[in-house]
Design a binder for this molecule. Structure first.
Ligand code: GAR
Length: 209
């Protein structure tokens, strides 16, 4: 059975959405572990409540990114991961880490990439006055938030939106597309072709909500 290792830094609601849909749809998958980079990550509690092994690899205990990432690689490899899911993991990963998991490392970003890479995406979308915002699941490559896009969800920006209302709408969209993208991966439906992802058989990779 394929196995997934998830990295989180906080609440872990995307991780929870994936696990709940996997349970509901009875996916043939093992959640081999969840790793957080600090002990206060709330998502660890959900993992423990589901009997999913939860680990902390504390980034502050490592003198460098390289040493932290080497510890992560060791832990993930020991767990055995066919797919590594970044779900609100807020550390920049080194090229060595990204190369090690190339083609089996995915991330969710709270914007319609290539728009608004980086942080504070909702605030920046509001300031830019865009009418559509959303979320993107993508393979991770060395450029931050630049890898081949697997799936996107767009949501409208409504009159009167503030960061709170917009981020809640985007988060609900994230919970729809991340499980979907993970399932596509597990079903072997994704082919990376340059900086594009081909979905076989084809199906819309952009969902309007
Ligand atoms: C999500 O909105 C995710 O898109 C974002 O962090 C949040 C994590 O929420 N990720 C990034 O900004 C990555 N750069 P969660 O912990 O509840 O899944």
């Amino acid at each position: 059975m394929p196995s997934i290792v998830t990295l989180i830094s906080g609440r872990g609601s995307n991780f929870e959405a994936i696990v709940k849909i996997a349970q509901k749809e009875q996916w043939q998958v093992t959640f081999a572990g969840v790793i957080a980079n600090h002990s206060e990550a709330k998502g660890l509690d959900f993992a423990r409540s589901q009997g999913i092994p939860a680990f902390i690899v504390e980034h502050r205990e490592h003198p460098s990114r390289e040493s932290f990432d080497a510890a992560l690689i060791e832990k993930i490899d020991a767990l055995g991961a066919d797919l590594v899911v970044l779900a609100g993991f807020m550390r920049i990963l080194t090229p060595a880490f990204i190369r090690h998991f190339e083609g089996r490392l995915i991330n969710i970003h709270p914007a319609l990439l290539p728009a608004f890479p980086g942080l504070h995406t909702h605030q920046r979308a509001l300031e830019a006055g865009v009418s559509e915002h959303g979320a993107t699941v993508h393979f991770v490559t060395e450029g931050v938030d630049e890898g081949p896009i697997i799936c996107q969800a767009s949501v409208p920006v409504l009159v009167g939106d503030d960061e709170k209302s917009l981020s809640a709408r985007v988060l609900a969209a994230e919970h729809q597309i991340y499980p979907r993208a993970v399932k596509w991966f597990l079903d072997g439906r994704l082919r990376i072709d340059g900086n594009q992802v081909q979905l076989q058989p084809p199906e819309s990779q952009l969902i309007k909500l």
